[in-house]
Design a binder for this molecule. Structure first.
Ligand SMILES: CC(C)(COP(=O)(O)OP(=O)(O)OC[C@H]1O[C@@H](n2cnc3c(N)ncnc32)[C@H](O)[C@@H]1OP(=O)(O)O)[C@@H](O)C(=O)NCCC(=O)NCCS
Length: 196
């Protein structure tokens, strides 16, 4: 699998880069925070131990699927983000996700992350829609998306489990009205065959 490129965030000292084995201690330090965990999907570990972080940087970010970057500040991984392209008839969709260590909140970092990931997603042939489902009580994340041209598409009532509770989420998406289909006319079964 080709290494992920490093992506400039347009903020001095900040970039997106591939996860490295040496990131495990800083990943555990920033991810092991209930205020990060509470707004992430239920699969995000809590507590986020060093062992879990070691697994993520070694294999977890690959097994998770899609492209997953570390958000790095002056070389140190202090957050994470990723993109997942849909499959089959939903391959025109790209989902984005992100989190940042609490000491860095409120400085416009993830607004830049979303800007860069969205531009990259729309540069792929056939991508018409970039989306993110957000917990209904996460206004900061919704603001980040709104600032990047995403629109609120609707309330996904009782659509996820978080910490043993059923929660509502809000679906945000940005659409490229001019993007053409990717022109892939192979039968669905052939596309699956070609991916394996
Ligand atoms: C949500 C999160 C990603 C935001 O990252 P960030 O780098 O702090 O975001 P930014 O600084 O780029 O922008 C945050 C915006 O939300 C606004 N905001 C913050 N708290 C808010 C609140 N309680 N209500 C409304 N707006 C709020 C900020 O004012 C800012 O908007 P502005 O630029 O118009 O002033 C970060 O807080 C985080 O990682 N949280 C935990 C994990 C998470 O929620 N991940 C997203 C899952 S969908």
């Amino acid at each position: 699998m080709p290494a992920l490129p490093t992506l400039d965030l347009g903020l001095p000292g900040w970039c997106l880069r591939a996860w490295a084995a040496t990131d495990a201690p800083s990943l555990a330090a920033h991810a092991d925070n209930p205020r990060v965990w509470r707004n992430m999907a239920d699969t995000f570990p809590q507590p986020y131990t060093l062992e879990i972080a070691q697994h993520w940087v070694a294999r977890g970010h690959i097994d998770f699927g899609g492209d997953n970057w570390a958000i790095a500040c002056e070389g140190t991984a202090v957050g994470g983000c990723g993109v997942h392209r849909g499959a089959g008839g939903e391959r025109c969709n790209v989902e984005i996700g992100y989190w940042l260590g609490e000491p860095y909140w409120g400085h416009g970092v993830v607004s830049q992350v979303v800007r860069v990931l969205t531009a990259r997603a729309f540069a792929l042939p056939g991508v018409t829609r970039v989306f993110a489902p957000v917990h209904a009580d996460n206004p900061a994340s919704m603001r980040v998306l709104q600032k990047n041209g995403f629109r609120r598409e609707g309330l996904l009532r009782r659509s996820a489990i978080k910490g043993g509770q059923v929660i509502d989420r809000v679906l945000w998406a940005r659409i490229d009205d001019d993007a053409a289909p990717d022109g892939d006319t192979r039968p669905a079964a052939k596309r699956v065959e070609d991916r394996t």
